[in-house]
Write a protein that binds this ligand. Structure first.
Ligand code: URA
Length: 267
């Protein structure tokens, strides 16, 4: 179809739509809905012609108050292994993010690895693949881990790494997780760590620190050992931040060396 747009403008427009969250083409050719005849109101008027003369009192139906954090705690506590935890998340219906996501993003790497990385939330690539950290930030994460001899494909617990996120479903338009979502998903995350039994945690970015240390301010927290759910935890700047701020890679390298040293000491 001829649009009159040159290829650069067409690409910019497409990228703009993607930034707004459009990730699927639902028809082969676009419809300019502003140019369509305005027929909808007439149809709507016909459809809503009053049938009942008597005015009805609006019914007030009380909303059931669900304590979603308590529900999450119950569901997470009932899981006795990682497959059970995954099933519990698949059956958990209280988080609205689930309805907008294509896939549950549970984890990747080897459960039982000495190192467990906790990121923020899936982005577009992770949502499509159902695996954490597979986009650009994930590729940088893999290179960072490789620099200290760790790989998600490794099968022995010394060299392996296990990766998950605070949120298992993609937030719309990759917005930040909100406090309610973090509180609701925390019981699952804590159970996930307990069942995966790592020696050391790496907390990637502010939201991982918020969820597991109840602290924010990653630029102050990074590089200092903390304790999360009874384990040594190293807060680090998120690989997405490092992609935007390459000068911060020097500090990230120092943090990785601190993790490596701790592992050598026996953690
Ligand atoms: N960023 C994250 O924090 N997690 C992912 O899985 C991908 C990007």
């Amino acid at each position: 179809m001829e649009s009159g747009l040159d290829h650069r403008s067409a690409r910019a427009l497409l990228e703009w739509h993607m930034a707004l969250g459009a990730d699927e083409c639902i028809q082969d050719s676009p419809i300019d809905r502003y140019a369509l005849p305005d027929t909808a109101p007439a149809v709507a008027r016909k459809a809503v012609a009053p049938v009942v003369a008597e005015p009805q009192r609006p019914q007030i139906v009380p909303m059931a108050q669900v304590d979603t954090v308590a529900e999450a705690e119950r569901a997470a506590a009932g899981a006795t292994d990682l497959a059970g935890l995954r099933a519990a998340l698949e059956g958990f219906e209280h988080c609205d993010l689930k309805r907008g996501a294509r896939n549950l993003v549970f984890a990747d790497g080897m459960a039982g690895a000495r190192v467990m990385v906790v990121g923020e939330a899936p982005g577009r690539d992770e949502d499509l693949e159902g695996r954490p950290f597979v986009g650009q930030a994930g590729q940088l994460l893999d290179r960072m881990l490789a620099a200290i001899g760790l790989a998600r494909e490794a099968t022995d617990r010394e060299a392996a790494v296990y990766i998950t996120n605070v949120l298992p479903w993609r937030p719309p338009q990759n917005r930040d997780p909100d406090a309610g979502e973090i509180a609701m998903m925390r019981p699952f995350l804590e159970r996930h760590i307990a069942l995966a039994r790592p020696d050391v945690l790496i907390l990637m970015g502010n939201h991982a620190c918020d969820a597991l240390l109840q602290r924010k301010g990653i630029l102050r927290l990074r590089g200092q050992w903390a304790e999360a759910v009874g384990l040594p935890a190293m807060p680090m700047t998120h690989p997405a931040y490092l992609l935007r701020n390459p000068a911060a890679k020097r500090e990230a390298w120092a943090d990785l060396l601190a993790v490596q040293a701790r592992l050598r000491e026996g953690a």
